[in-house]
Write a protein of this length. Sequence first.
Length: 287
Amino acid sequence: MDSEGRAPTSATARPANRNATILGRIRLTGIVRAITGLRIGGAAGGLAIGALDNPVVRDPLTNQPYVPGSSLKGKLRSLSERIEGLTTNWRINNVYIHVCAGDRQDGRNPTYDNCPVCPVFGVPGDQYPSAPTRLVVRDAFLTESSVRELEALRLDLPYSEIKWEAAIDRVTSAAVPRQVERVPAGAAFACEMVYTLYEPRDVDRFWTVARALALLEDDYLGSYGSRGSGKVRFENLTLSVRPRPHYDQPVAQLPQRTFDSVDALLAARDDVLAWLREAAGLAGQAG
Ligand SMILES: [Zn+2]
């Protein structure tokens, strides 16, 4: 024990600054609508002749296509890294992402606090951030009305269409047809993100998420984006705030605000940040 009665820390103990207290949470819900056909790849159907080589990812229980939270979050992170011009230095499988790498020796991460990306989207578990990942992105499933609409269409496959594309042989100019499975344009997925506030300045960091939604609308989700697939739009965005006391004594009506579009949300930035701070009970606390 030291003079303050604390147990000595072992070599493997995490530094004290990893303690994190939940101050509140922001829940963001909305619709992700496919404006063009959407292809988020699942496992290939095997090498048998005639097997589809580009299937979409499906929920095994319902056979319905969905947008994995990891795909959505990964895209939001990558766009946030790119608008900030951050170096991508961390390899995950075949892609590189930006990570503010910590110092394993003294458990410090000097750049993390001011990084617009890492506190929001997280860093690998063996690094030393000062708090855990703020943003959780849930898997986004088709809305009930979208399920009914897609079932009413006579599609090539359950809830999806086959698009034929031609790959052009660069030497012979011969067109090589290939199949791509896509969720048809118009499909709507219900998305939910939960953002945890660990310190007052996390309210401001939330804007990284809002901005990433706008960046994604001008980019694409899934693959074949440069050839037209994957344009999405966010609709009916609702922000609701769960201040910390809510988890002990839930209130019936949480403070919430709805925005028709990402642009409407972005246009109200200062107003929204002030409201979030107030609703989370963090008004007047230093960022
Ligand atoms: Zn960083």
